[in-house]
Design a protein around this ligand. Structure first.
Ligand code: NAP
Length: 264
């Protein structure tokens, strides 16, 4: 199995690479920090392909897909995982900040998909699928949280694209899976803080978090047996589904915790 992972230099992407490599998958590891990718590849025995990629640049996304196919002959799963967040009220988010985050989280995802789908649709099927596109969205795709509104919007955009593509690409035997983690212990908080003028997302009291390994293991299962959505913390799926049915109640709950979410 050949898997391309964007954002493989840290967090969920790195944990996924470790899990998949242990199962014998061939990997194309992509991110901007080439030294991190090379160190990870060395740790995994050196047989994978490292491709320095900034998903905010369309030409990098196209090169990532082209080089992966050139090297491995096919792509079974493309994991669009690269992304980041920032903490800022929606109305105070500058056009530049908004443009930049959409460029990475949404347009970067789409540029990789646009390059990979025509190639996948020409591949011979394996296990009933010619290929799979996996988008690492978030639990906040279903219900935005205050101060992470712009980030939530990028994650909702990924979910919408996944829902539409799942039906559009079914005749081509291309599976589409969206992944919806809750708070996960990665470098996400540090990156968010550096992009939010030092403001660090605070843990909401009672909030549970999960490890990147837990998320990665659930993703591996959905790579081995494609499914529409992965919710690594199952309870969040039902809680957020309910929140979409009762927006006023969800607003009230989030209003009480607004101060906590606002960061420190
Ligand atoms: N952690 C959470 O609580 C959480 C919850 C729900 C969803 N998610 C989602 O999970 C995904 C992975 O995040 P994480 O938690 O693992 O965070 P992380 O530890 O900060 O890792 C983010 C990864 O994305 C890469 N990346 C960021 N911008 C990039 C760009 N322009 N081009 C290429 N790679 C880029 C980073 O690599 P380089 O810096 O080396 O480029 C890094 O490998 C994100 O899409 C995030 O939205 C995270």
């Amino acid at each position: 199995m050949v898997v391309v992972i964007t954002g493989a230099s840290a967090g969920i992407g790195r944990a996924l690479a470790l899990e998949l490599s242990a199962r014998g998958a061939k990997l194309a590891l992509a991110a901007r920090r080439a030294d991190r990718l090379e160190a990870l590849n060395a740790e995994l025995g050196g047989s994978h392909l490292c491709i320095t990629t900034d998903v905010a640049r369309r030409e990098d996304c196209e090169r990532l897909i082209a080089r992966s196919v050139e090297h491995f002959g096919r792509i079974d799963t493309l994991v669009c995982n690269a992304g980041y967040g920032f903490l800022r009220p929606v109305a105070e988010s500058s056009p530049e900040m908004v443009q930049e985050i959409f460029q990475t989280n949404v347009f970067g995802t789409l540029d990789c998909i646009r390059a990979a789908v025509p190639l996948m649709s020409r591949q011979s099927p394996a296990g009933g699928w010619r290929g799979q596109v996996m988008l690492v969205s978030s639990a906040v795709a279903r219900r935005a949280i205050p101060y992470f509104g712009i980030y939530s919007a990028t994650k909702a955009a990924q979910l919408s694209m996944a829902e539409a593509m799942r039906v559009e690409l079914a005749p081509q035997q291309i599976a589409v899976t969206s992944v919806h983690p809750i708070g996960t212990e990665t470098e996400f908080g540090t990156t968010s803080a550096s992009r939010s003028g030092g403001k660090r997302p605070r843990r909401i009291s009672g909030e549970v978090s999960q490890s990147a390994e837990t998320v990665a293991r659930k993703m591996v299962r959905a790579i081995e047996h494609p499914r529409p959505e992965v919710w690594p913390a199952a309870a969040s799926r039902w809680a957020l589904g309910f929140a979409t049915l009762a927006p006023r109640l969800a607003d009230r709950i989030l209003s009480k915790r607004r101060g906590q979410i606002g960061g420190e």
